[in-house]
Design a protein around this ligand. Structure first.
Ligand SMILES: [Ca+2]
Length: 119
């Protein structure tokens, strides 16, 4: 699965999610230092269903701890090896946004926010 052409888009989205963790007592928790995007195995589906690939975000903190969460799920509708749609997940594991690249040029063609009342 070729997904690297969307790496700049995913990186921008991931950076926008960078926050400092607030603890229950109100103090600040460890601060995120950097992240690594880790694409998983592409899961094929019987035709005409799209294949999908989960992309995990591995966060590294200043206290040397790490967390990993599902950040993105890429869908390949026409089976050409490029994502046609990428779902963007929030830290709660719920889809926040869907981005579309209909012609496979790596440029976003459409963005649809997923409202909470439709989930
Ligand atoms: Ca495709």
């Amino acid at each position: 699965m070729r997904w690297t052409y969307l790496t700049p888009v995913l990186s921008a989205l991931t950076i926008s999610c960078t926050t400092v963790t607030s603890l229950v007592d109100g103090s600040k928790g460890p601060e995120r230092v950097y992240y690594v995007l880790r694409p998983g195995e592409t899961i094929p589906a019987p035709n005409p269903l799209p294949s999908r690939t989960d992309i995990m975000v591995e966060w590294h903190y200043d206290d040397q701890s790490e967390t990993t969460n599902l950040g993105y799920r890429g869908w390949d509708f026409d089976r050409d090896g490029q994502f046609d749609m990428v779902e963007v997940f929030g830290v709660d594991g719920v889809v926040q946004t869907r981005i579309f690249d209909f012609n496979g040029d790596g440029i976003i063609d459409d963005v649809k926010a997923v409202s909470a009342d439709r989930v």
